[in-house]
Design a protein around this ligand. Structure first.
Ligand SMILES: Cc1ncc(COP(=O)(O)O)c(C=O)c1O
Length: 475
């Protein structure tokens, strides 16, 4: 029998790389193999950077369509009367929205800007769900005129909608947003009327008392990245109880329940042991939990179900490519040889602050969600040397611009490209024009062809809206 020790195959960063990897289940294990990513949908990562520049957001059209179709099937196979709206704020690039509209998604918007964007993309007012805690009067006037479904958030908005609807020839369908305790903390009590103290029932009664309003939807959104399918069952049961109460007290059957979004993508929060596939329930589990409650309602009284997904549809489709622009700190402390031994000692003496570090050309200006979510950080090729703890700085002249304090990476060189994934939800839209221009965005179409869907910004894009007062103009 051989007495040679053969180490277990452990993946690089604790997390998503393989269900078998020992390091994925042991917070103290260190990987010997670096996960890497050479291509996205068959297109070489390095080619993308060569053609479109760095940093670069890249989206996979095929992945968006796959997610949309899987979600549709999960829900409509269990509850055919399901209507899907795309949550614009998750990523309102026109091309992304268009893909989802082609897949049959309507629009859910939370501002005048998003409303206008949906209209410009050809979505009819009546196919827009209008949410949010502040809808300016002029915007509400348009929404009322165009028969968008306004989901009323608060008493002041209700008063305004009552006023605007008064002159209409026909009653206007509206929804009310409700907040409730579905067992998820924190409870998102900022939005809507409280269910548990009777406020939502009073709001419903006020809507029903208005001759020009018709209560179409009871809506709640219990949060984002919800890992418990059962929470949706609780939320739905509570909204159905409110619906029954309204029916009993006012004789009105509310036709639609809207459960918002919140379904998770395959991603991890900092500190969560992975892989994500082991922690994140599949979309079918959410559909089953929701359908299980709906099935208890007699078929003729079953409501329409509406959903407003964001993260689930687009997060995994999005990648951020970034290049190494400077190497800092102690290099290769875990490699073999004398210089490595010296480097290792230096790091032991000087501590963590001198660990191998790289400056990359994408920072927290482009990665708003990196504060909570632990994206994969993947080189384009497997390293020859085992990965070692590494720090990644962003390009901003701000001490807080650290993309990751510790990530296991093989030694990198200037110009090497790293891919951060998944980043498709909430990052492009929340990226900042702070210090640096916002980068180009590319979509790889279903034919495998990468096309530009947003150009890299220029000085005119950033400084264009500025005005120089007369007394400061030169000459
Ligand atoms: C009202 C509403 N609907 C839908 C969404 C989309 O959520 P998610 O991206 O988690 O699916 C949000 C996001 O916060 C929301 O506030």
């Amino acid at each position: 029998m051989s007495t040679d020790y053969s180490p277990p195959l452990v993946s690089n960063e604790l997390g998503r790389h393989s269900l078998e990897a020992a390091a994925d289940r042991n917070l103290y294990a260190r990987g010997t193999h670096a996960a890497w990513l050479g291509e996205i949908d068959g297109v070489a990562v390095r080619e993308l950077v060569k053609q479109f520049g760095s940093p670069l957001f890249v989206f996979s059209e095929a992945t968006i369509r796959r997610q949309a179709r899987r979600m549709r099937e999960a829900f409509t196979s269990r509850h055919p009367d399901t209507v899907f709206a795309w949550s614009y704020k998750t990523n309102y690039l026109g091309a992304i929205c268009r893909v989802l509209h082609e897949e049959g998604w309507t629009a859910e918007v939370v501002s005048d800007f998003e409303y206008q964007k949906a209209r410009k993309l050809g979505i009819a007012g009546e196919d827009i769900v209008y949410n949010g805690p502040y809808k300016p009067r002029a915007s509400l006037e348009t929404a009322v005129r165009e028969h968008a479904l306004i989901q009323i958030d608060n008493w002041d908005e209700l008063t305004l909608v009552e006023e605007l609807a008064s002159g209409l020839p026909q009653p206007l369908d509206v929804g009310i947003r409700v907040w409730l305790d579905a067992g998820i903390q924190p409870v998102w009590s900022k939005f809507g009327f409280a269910l548990e103290n009777g406020e939502a029932a009073r709001a419903a009664a006020q809507v029903l008392a208005h001759p020009k309003l018709r209560l179409h939807t009871l809506h709640t959104h219990i949060g984002t990245y919800i890992l418990a399918p059962g929470a949706y069952a609780v939320a739905l049961a509570k909204l159905l109880a409110l619906r029954s109460q309204i029916r009993q007290e006012h004789g009105h059957q509310v036709p639609c329940i809207n459960l918002g979004g919140g379904f998770p993508s395959l991603s991890l929060l900092h500190g969560m042991p992975g892989p994500a596939e082991a922690v994140v329930p599949p979309i079918e589990a959410y559909a089953a939990a929701i359908a299980g409650v709906l099935e208890k309602v007699p078929a003729r009284a079953r409501p329409q179900l509406r959903l407003e997904s964001g993260r689930y549809l687009v997060d995994e489709a999005g990648y951020l490519l970034a290049s190494v622009v400077a190497v800092k700190g102690v290099r290769d402390p875990f490699a073999a040889g004398d210089s490595a031994a010296r480097a290792y000692k230096e790091q032991m003496l000087a501590g963590d602050d001198v660990r191998t570090s790289y400056v990359i050309d994408a920072g927290i200006n482009l990665l708003y969600t990196a504060a909570w979510y632990r994206m994969d950080i993947l080189p384009t090729h497997p390293g020859r040397t085992p990965p070692a703890p590494t720090r990644l700085y962003g390009p901003l002249c701000m001490a807080i611009d650290v993309v990751r304090y510790t990530v296991d990476l093989p030694p990198l060189e200037l110009g090497d490209v790293l891919t951060l994934h998944p980043v498709g939800a909430y990052n492009v839209v929340q990226s900042m024009q702070f210090i640096a221009y916002r980068p180009a965005v590319v979509m790889i179409g279903t034919s495998g062809q990468p096309v530009l869907i947003r150009a890299r910004e220029t000085l005119d894009d950033v400084a264009g809206p500025e005005r120089m007062p007369a007394h400061l103009q030169q000459g």
